[in-house]
Design a protein around this ligand. Structure first.
Ligand SMILES: NC(=O)c1ccc[n+]([C@@H]2O[C@H](COP(=O)([O-])OP(=O)(O)OC[C@H]3O[C@@H](n4cnc5c(N)ncnc54)[C@H](OP(=O)(O)O)[C@@H]3O)[C@@H](O)[C@H]2O)c1
Ligand code: SF4
Ligand code: SF4
Length: 376
């Protein structure tokens, strides 16, 4: 296992951090956790050199922290740092924040949390966190030693990231990042900004939740043609660790074989380890994925709202994602939500209002029909 220094904190950490959100394969709050198996997986990772665990109050129907707490008995707690999170939906004032932290400490069977994150913050949520006094609460808890570092996790647009990062004295940030997301969310720009401020970055969804682990044919052909043979998973992690600003790469593993494989990979990766040919390969891999895009919808939403409730950018986004990553539409949460909300393309009456508003001049009506036929 390679260890890295966490920016201005100077703390040493394993490059591979175990994400405790996906045991049993489901990221949804409804999944039922196989406790014994999860404990075995967590301990396997720690025995292999992992020193960073990421969980959250809401993961796995609120059972993730409890399982992590059980796994960290018998001397394992002393070997790791724990990151967990405070969700805005469960707190509304000082008292409820205190109660939630207390519950988390109890579930985790510990007297302090190393990295305490405001969970999934965008600008609007950050303002709400400020209204309920979360920044002052984090300051006080750090002073009292109940938490060691003040952090936030992020999935919003770059502008929000810059605003939040500059608005408080953060110790660490957690962002979604991988070679397909360099221009999405915080992206490469956000990573660099945090790096300039010395704020360590923990990366989540390094494999896009597993979607980058099975390369489609046109991508696999590029990997196969490269003189050094590595799996798609290894290339993705190697590319991430090549960034000096990345302190920890989280990955949620469901099987002992995945942990073993990731332990092997993270034994070989360091910042600056990739040469020019490797970086060119990854740029070509990214382009090969993007070549699979079905429609050039930018998600600007100028076409919205549709008078008949069709979620136009949502449908196009699912269509593109399914094509890019050879995903099964039946398992796509975005599509499930669109159907549940009655916002499918079957509601389109062809009025044309959306096409008149689209700055990309997309033939929306025809493409919606194509997308719906393929997805449903
Ligand atoms: N704060 C937030 O808002 C937030 C959001 C997302 C994630 N997170 C945290 O970040 C962690 C990491 O994100 P993630 O779980 O999405 O990470 P990820 O590495 O992008 O995806 C994990 C998935 O990749 C597959 N995988 C992992 N190692 C593999 C290997 N060696 N070979 C083949 N497949 C492999 C597994 O999928 P299969 O089992 O399907 O093969 C696994 O479930 C989460 O567990 C969670 O703790 C936080
Ligand atoms: S053409 Fe269809 S999708 Fe577009 S605005 Fe009219 S009903 Fe909505
Ligand atoms: S206006 Fe066009 S590009 Fe923008 S979200 Fe709608 S379909 Fe996509």
């Amino acid at each position: 296992m390679k260890y890295r220094t966490m920016g201005k904190l100077g703390v040493q950490t394993s490059a591979f951090g175990l994400g405790c959100m996906r045991f049993n394969g489901e990221a949804s709050g409804d999944s039922v956790i196989d406790e014994e198996k999860a404990i075995r997986l967590i301990r396997q990772a720690i025995d292999g050199g992992v020193t960073y665990l990421d969980t959250a109050y809401v993961y796995l129907n609120k059972t993730s922290e409890t399982v992590v707490g059980k796994a960290l008995r018998d001397g394992y707690r002393e070997k790791v740092t724990i990151a967990t999170k405070m969700p805005l939906g469960h707190v509304h004032d000082r008292q409820s924040m205190e109660a939630l932290l207390e519950e988390e400490l109890e579930k985790l069977q510990t007297d302090h949390i190393d990295f305490y994150l405001m969970h999934g913050v965008n600008k609007e949520e950050w303002e709400k966190f400020k209204e309920i006094g979360a920044p002052e609460f984090f300051d006080d808890m750090k002073r009292e030693g109940r938490i060691r570092y003040k952090c936030f996790s992020f999935h919003g647009p770059y502008e929000d990231f810059e605003y939040i990062l500059n608005d408080y004295d953060w110790d660490m940030v957690q962002i979604q990042y991988n070679f397909m997301d360099i221009e999405n969310q915080a992206g490469l720009k956000g990573l660099k900004l945090a790096g300039e401020k010395g704020i360590p970055v923990v990366v989540m969804e390094g494999l896009l939740g597993g979607r980058l682990s099975n390369a489609p044919d046109n991508v696999q052909a590029l990997y196969d043609a490269f003189p050094v043979k590595r799996s798609a998973v290894e290339w993705a992690f190697r590319w991430l660790c090549n960034h000096k600003e990345v302190a920890v790469v989280l990955s949620g593993c469901n099987e002992p074989e995945q942990i073993a494989e990731n332990l092997r990979i993270f034994d070989t990766v360091e910042a600056g380890v990739m040469d020019e040919a490797e970086l060119r390969l990854m740029e070509n891999v990214r382009k090969a994925y993007l070549d699979r895009t079905r429609i050039g919808c930018t998600g600007c939403k100028y076409c919205m709202p549709c008078p008949n409730g069709v979620n136009i950018p949502g449908i196009f986004s699912v269509w593109n994602n399914v094509s890019l990553y050879c995903a099964d539409p039946a398992k796509d949460w975005g599509l499930k939500r669109i159907k549940e909300n009655g916002a499918g393309a079957d509601k389109c009456v062809g009025c044309g209002a959306c096409e008149a508003a689209c700055p990309q001049h997309l033939p929306i009506i025809d493409r919606l029909r194509n997308a719906w036929e393929e997805l449903c």
